[in-house]
Design a protein around this ligand. Structure first.
Ligand code: ATP
Ligand code: MG
Length: 352
């Protein structure tokens, strides 16, 4: 059996390895800073846990391998400009936008997109980093170091944020998880819930959108689509050509988790429809230390990434899955976490 190399050795790489291990697969996440000469064999396969990477000795070795799945797709989706162009070309709804050029000024942004405009750096943004708000009422100008390096988006007054995780095989077959409801605080994902009956009505529309994109890119593996729900409309916020934080609940709540699905797809193993087990919810651990007493809480599963705890840093997550909603609600009351968690836990309780 060939080896599956993963570009990147963060938590997503670790969870891909964890999911592929029972299948007997040899999965090796690679720290992009390693100087090691990787023993890559001809028929090995390469995937990535991140959408872009600097050129290092390790990434050069991996990115020149002939079996790097979706290699051409990464740069197209990692750059918000080309990602938006893909969405427009495929006539998939997204927040109105334009590229911020060297000579773009804030007045143009306000005239075109309204009085609140969100600039996003074309590359490298995550967890709300790489964003800059322009507010007409405050006369915000565009800083020089954003010109030519960002897109500008209309502020969307969304009802809520949902995401769809799907998997596509080499032969084009596709399977999807149920839509997930997400809560972001300050641009960072705090909590997710799936499935939710009231989101069923948007499921087929969302699948058609993500499916169209995956087909157009001839994509293989798991892709995530983050959306704003505005009334009955879904606007695509952004796409991630990889396993995604909003799909972590599938580790507890689905017959096959997103990580195993990705591994199966890229190694050309059979895919299977997703059977959802019960009600799931996920809480990200952001800037808080692990507390092993959490393991006393019913229906809880802990994933601790063994990263140094820093403010705003994702260091783990908690999955909960139960057929009994009262068990989940009880679990929420037993979690004591600092601000802004009370808001996130209350949001979960309200949406369950
Ligand atoms: P990720 O960590 O998911 O990669 P990110 O930092 O790359 O996130 P986005 O997903 O584009 O960036 O934005 C983060 C959050 O900021 C969104 O989930 C949403 O809450 C808010 N946001 C983004 N774009 C808009 C918009 N056009 N209008 C209003 N809010 C927005
Ligand atoms: Mg996002």
């Amino acid at each position: 059996m060939s080896t599956l190399w993963v570009l990147g050795a963060g938590q997503l790489g670790a969870m891909l390895k964890q999911a592929g291990t029972p299948l007997g697969l040899d999965i090796r996440p690679v720290d992009i800073e390693t100087d090691e000469v990787l023993p890559l064999a001809q028929d090995d396969i390469v995937t990535a846990e991140r959408e872009e990477w600097p050129e290092t000795a390790a990434t050069k070795q991996l990115a020149t391998h002939k079996n790097f799945v979706n290699l051409d797709t990464f740069p197209q989706l990692a750059d918000r400009l080309t990602q938006k162009q893909w969405l427009d070309r495929l006539e998939l709804a997204t927040a109105p936008w334009f590229p911020v050029e060297e000579d773009t000024d804030a007045d143009y942004a306000y005239q075109t997109l309204g009085e609140r405009v969100l600039m996003k750096r074309r590359r490298g943004g995550y967890d709300g980093k790489g964003q800059y708000w322009l507010k007409q009422t405050e006369n915000t100008a565009i800083p020089d170091d954003w010109k030519g390096l960002a897109i500008a988006e209309q502020a969307i007054n969304f009802d809520e944020e949902v995401s769809l995780v799907g998997v596509r095989g080499k032969n084009g077959e596709k399977y999807f998880y149920p839509l997930t409801l997400n809560l972001h605080i300050n641009g960072i994902l705090y909590a997710s819930i799936s499935p939710l009956k009231r989101l069923d009505q948007y499921q087929s529309k969302a699948e058609a959108m993500l499916g169209k994109l995956m087909d157009a890119l001839d994509y293989v593996g798991v892709m995530a689509m983050e959306c704003f729900r505005v009334g009955d409309e879904l606007l695509i916020n952004e796409l991630a050509p990889r396993v995604h934080n909003s799909g972590h609940w599938s580790q507890a709540g689905a017959s096959i988790c997103q990580f195993e699905n990705h591994v199966r797809a890229v190694t050309n193993l059979p895919l299977a429809p997703v059977q959802v087990k019960n009600q799931s919810m996920m809480v990200n651990l952001i800037g808080v230390d692990v507390d092993y007493q959490w393991l006393n809480i019913k229906a809880l599963e802990l994933y601790w990434y063994k990263k140094e705890v820093r403010p705003g840093r994702k260091v783990g997550h908690l999955n909960f899955c139960s057929a009994d909603i009262s068990v989940l609600k009880q679990g929420l009351t037993e979690l004591t976490l600092p601000a802004p968690y009370p808001e996130a836990l209350e949001w979960l309780e309200k949406n369950l």
